[in-house]
Design a protein around this ligand. Structure first.
Ligand SMILES: Nc1ncnc2c1ncn2[C@@H]1O[C@H](COP(=O)(O)OP(=O)(O)OP(=O)(O)O)[C@@H](O)[C@H]1O
Ligand SMILES: [Mg+2]
Length: 453
């Protein structure tokens, strides 16, 4: 059985930045949505439904099930998905994907989907480890010439005085630990863990009120209590990885050096690697050392998926290790991509049957106004009351997203006139410069004969 060593966490993308004001679903203790909370405004029924979904996910009752968010453009479907992700917290994987991303040039659709599914399933690993948990009292790192490159000095050995409230101990360690300590910038007064078997070093934080340690006004890292009890002890550590993290880590160990240099992350992970990871995870689960956390796979603009992808997803929902599928669409009845068949939301009925549907409705003028002002605040843009009124009017005339998109251009225009506050004329100017969809369609119609066909 392959051993899973150092595991890298998958990066989360910053795609959600137009939703950066959203910090949750804004629900009170009784499960009711507050009109305005956690950056969300209105859309009360949909938010309450989303909250039920969050509770079901937390109770582990949603695995292999799906949600479909349906509503007109700009009514907060993606925003709701972000809210769900925030409520679930860091420990539950939430993987966001736009349907178009499945059609990558480098990878097969099924590979992209499989990776996405495996990024959406977490494994919480509990391990009892023998660790040194202590505060660093003194640190002496000895450097020596590198064996690989005699021109550089590398940490070779470290002598650390370690302490808890109750015990003092001095430890001498070799280059793996010395190197980590140097790289992590560990200093006197830091609380650290050293894994007794692997030599992995973890920095926990700064010790509160350690005698003789310097204290700074601005300190990076959180302040933690000085550990008590013996320096060396058994500790239970928990870590959450996604199946994808584990796949990558196992694959990285078995690939050849040439593959490393040819950007292998764009490559397929072999089925064999996945099988090994699955059986490893199952074994850990049987031993009670790991538990599965079904996370969320969110696919935005799901009407762009094709018929093969839909059937792949339907099947994936029934697999043993299945994520929770959340889809969003703004289409009514449309053709299922790759076929001539019209279907609700462009989706096959056998998939639709398995989904709970949450609908979002268009915003009232006042709701739109609130949302625009939240966005303005988030972007540090100060709006004169009339400017906000104008944006509200534009939102009801066109759609909310148009008004939100005019915020930054309006601010640029205001700054050009040496102002920090956005006035109504700046908004009007921005809206003159940047067309809304209705206007651009009308424009194209007018000059139809001049456009390429
Ligand atoms: N209820 C809400 N409260 C706060 N902000 C919202 C709300 N609804 C939408 N927004 C914000 O308005 C903008 C448009 O909403 P969003 O992108 O979620 O719409 P959508 O329904 O996903 O539209 P589309 O169908 O075009 O994808 C985003 O910046 C979003 O964060
Ligand atoms: Mg959206």
């Amino acid at each position: 059985m392959a051993e899973i060593r150092e595991i890298k966490k998958a990066e989360t993308s910053g795609k959600a930045s137009i939703h950066s004001h959203i910090t949750g679903l804004g629900i009170d203790e009784s499960g009711k949505a507050k009109f305005k909370a956690d950056g969300l405004v209105g859309q009360v029924e949909a938010r309450e439904a989303a909250w039920v979904v969050v509770e079901l996910i937390r109770q582990g009752k949603m695995a292999g099930k799906g949600i479909l968010l349906v509503g007109p453009p700009g009514t907060g479907k993606t925003a709701l998905a972000v809210g769900i992700a925030k409520e679930l917290g860091e420990d539950t994987p939430f993987n966001m994907l736009n349907a178009s991303e499945i059609y990558s040039v480098e990878l097969k659709k099924t590979e992209v989907l499989t990776q996405a599914i495996r990024k959406s399933i977490g494994v919480r690993v509990r391990q009892k480890r023998l660790v040194y948990e202590c505060v660093v009292k003194e640190l002496k790192v000895k450097v020596a010439r590198s064996r690989l490159n005699p021109y550089v000095q590398v940490p070779r050995e470290v002598e650390i005085k370690l302490a808890t409230k109750d015990e003092d101990r001095t430890l001498t360690a070799g280059d793996t630990i010395a190197e980590q300590i140097a790289r992590m910038g560990i200093r006197k007064g830091d609380v650290i863990w050293i894994d007794a078997e692997t030599g992995n070093v973890v920095k926990v934080g700064k010790a509160k009120g350690l005698e003789g340690a310097k204290s700074y006004d601005i300190e990076s890292g959180r302040a933690v209590d000085i550990p008590s009890g013996p320096v060396k002890k058994e500790k239970e550590l928990t870590n959450t990885f996604t199946l994808y993290d584990l796949d990558m880590s196992l694959a990285a160990q078995s690939i050849s050096l040439t593959a490393v240099f040819s950007l292998w992350s764009e490559r397929e992970i072999t089925q064999d690697v996945r099988k090994q990871v699955d059986s490893y995870v199952k074994e850990m689960m049987n031993k009670g050392m790991a538990e599965l956390i079904p996370g969320v796979l969110f696919i935005d603009d799901a009407h762009m998926l094709d018929v093969e992808t839909f059937s792949f997803l339907t099947k994936a929902l029934e697999a043993e290790l299945a994520p929770i599928l959340v889809l969003a669409t703004n289409r009514g009845t449309t053709k299922i991509r790759g076929t001539d068949v019209e279907a609700p939301h462009g989706m096959p009925l056998d998939l639709l049957d398995r989904l709970l549907i949450i609908t979002t409705r268009p915003y009232s003028e006042d709701e739109a106004k609130e949302i625009i002002s939240i966005r303005a605040e988030e972007l540090d843009i100060e709006l004169e009351p009339q400017a906000l009124e104008e944006l509200k009017r534009l939102a009801s005339e066109n759609n909310l997203r148009y008004s939100i998109q005019l915020l930054e251009p309006s601010a640029v225009i205001a700054r050009r006139s040496g102002r920090n506050v956005v006035k109504v004329d700046d908004v009007k100017e921005a809206s003159r410069l940047f067309s809304d969809v209705k206007r651009s369609v009308k424009y194209v119609k007018e000059y139809e004969t001049l456009f390429l066909k």
